[in-house]
Design a protein around this ligand. Structure first.
Ligand code: PLP
Length: 352
């Protein structure tokens, strides 16, 4: 049976990335050594990090005022590393809380300084994005979750503000072109749209740093990582390599415009199928629907279990909604082929 991988993360990767990664486990770049066996300070691996940074900068169209870091601890660590480096008692973090991940960012930032929630969509169960942001005076930075992985909403244009903008792009990094220069710091756990679990990319403007009044442990200090070129300690070598392969794949396929074309085609097909079949409904405000993670429900909740059983029987992997939201969630990251969404829509029509 053919499997269709709609996992929300770790998630589907391009087949050729898997093939190349598998080959490199045995013989990396004709060194006769495994990628798992080479030193992280060898010219071989330094070249991997440098090429990955170069591709990221090219895709984002950013200059040398930014640096690209490959860190550990997941996006979850960024919930604390961002405020530890950028917020103190004299400042104010403005944070959009539009779901599970934004909410965690709020909780962690409060450990380091004052926080104002400037967008909260819990009044409608996070089925829309509240975009009326009133930033308090003295705001140090605004933090948004560009794609709410669990709830199925996505910012389709970013807020224009005159304070540093921070984006958690874990689940929609490189899904389409964007004005990345609008951001002062972007982070993304790699395991959703750009590689394997174990590495988190942080892209930041160097001028952002050095403004807080606190001692920062070296391993959590962005400045120290910049100075060490992402090699402060042993980085997650294999996960970085898989990200490099995925970044190369994005460029080879045609870059971010091509990713956008494919992702919109998949998302349009799925949302159209949901909207046309009364057996299903999507509560998310149309203008805010995510092209990465579609969250929807069966109109008759008693049918959910049998729908999930049919999905399972037909090789549809990972479509059960997040435990606190329920319903169905279909994740359609860059590597997911249109044919998988077509197969899922055919299943929906038949079930309906
Ligand atoms: C998955 C996810 C996270 C958490 O990522 P970890 O790497 O597991 O820490 C944070 N933010 C968003 C938007 C996510 O999708």
């Amino acid at each position: 049976m053919q499997l269709h991988n709609f996992n929300s993360g770790p998630a589907i990767l391009p087949k050729e990335v898997l093939d190349e990664a598998a080959a490199a486990i045995h013989n990396f770049n004709n060194t006769g050594l495994s990628i798992l066996e080479i030193g992280h300070r060898t010219t071989h691996f330094v070249a991997v990090v440098e090429e990955a940074k170069t591709i990221v900068k090219r895709l984002m169209d950013i200059g040398d005022d930014y640096d690209v870091l490959f860190l550990q601890g997941g996006a979850t660590m960024q919930f604390m590393q961002v405020p530890m480096n950028l917020l103190d008692e004299n400042g104010m973090a403005a944070i959009c809380d539009n779901g599970v991940w934004g909410n965690k960012a709020v909780k962690e930032a409060k450990i380091f300084g004052p926080v104002t929630v400037v967008s909260d969509s819990s009044d409608k169960k996070h089925t829309y994005l509240n975009k009326e942001l009133n930033l308090p005076a003295g705001t140090s930075y605004l933090h948004i979750t560009t794609n709410n992985t669990v709830e199925g909403t996505q910012w389709h244009s970013y807020p224009q503000v005159n304070v540093p903008l921070i984006g958690d792009m874990s689940s929609d990094i490189f899904c389409r072109p964007a004005n990345f220069k609008q951001f002062d710091l972007i982070y993304a756990g790699a395991q959703k749209n750009m590689g394997a679990a174990g590495v988190t990319m942080v892209v930041l403007k160097k001028s952002l740093l050095g403004k807080v009044n606190r001692k920062i442990p070296a391993i959590l200090d962005y400045q120290k990582h910049i100075e060490a070129g992402s090699l402060l300690n042993t980085p997650p070598v294999f996960a970085i390599y898989v990200s490099l392969l995925t970044l190369r794949w994005i460029e080879k396929e045609g870059g971010l415009l091509e990713m956008q074309k494919r992702n919109e085609q998949k998302a349009n097909l799925l949302y159209q199928t949901i909207d046309e079949h009364p057996a299903f409904y999507c509560p998310i405000e149309k203008a805010d629907r995510s092209i990465m993670n579609a969250v929807f429900f069966l109109t008759d909740p008693n049918k959910e279990e049998s729908f999930l059983a049919v999905c399972k029987a037909q090789g549809m992997i990972g479509v059960k909604g997040y435990r606190t939201v329920g319903g169905i969630r279909v994740s359609m990251y860059n590597a997911l082929p249109l044919s998988s969404v077509q197969a899922f829509c055919d299943l929906m029509k038949n079930f309906s």
